[in-house]
Write a protein that binds this ligand. Structure first.
Ligand SMILES: [Zn+2]
Length: 92
């Protein structure tokens, strides 16, 4: 019954990359991590730390990523003026 409800509401069960526990994820939204608060850091959730962890890993393994990130930020800042619709379509 619970599974049926989950399926009908277009939620997907996923395992959190950060804490390893299962959570449900809306299909329109993609993330590898849940939104549970992190132990010892109540103002942070797994998702915050997960993204940072991955980003830091990238920085360590490939310094080019920091350059890319800066360029990407500048790029998206410029595009923001073009509005929501275009961004939604090109969302990767
Ligand atoms: Zn988690």
């Amino acid at each position: 019954m619970i599974l049926r409800k989950v399926m009908s509401e277009r939620y997907l069960p996923r395992k959190c990359d950060y804490c390893g526990r299962y959570f449900v994820l809306k299909r329109e939204f993609y993330s590898n991590c849940c939104k549970r608060p992190v132990k010892g850091q109540p103002d942070k959730c797994c998702r915050d730390l997960c993204h940072r962890k991955k980003f830091n890993d990238k920085l360590k393994t490939a310094p080019i990523w920091s350059v890319y990130h800066k360029a990407y930020k500048a790029h998206t800042a410029g595009r923001r003026k073009e509005g929501f619709k275009k961004r939604a379509r090109t969302r990767a």
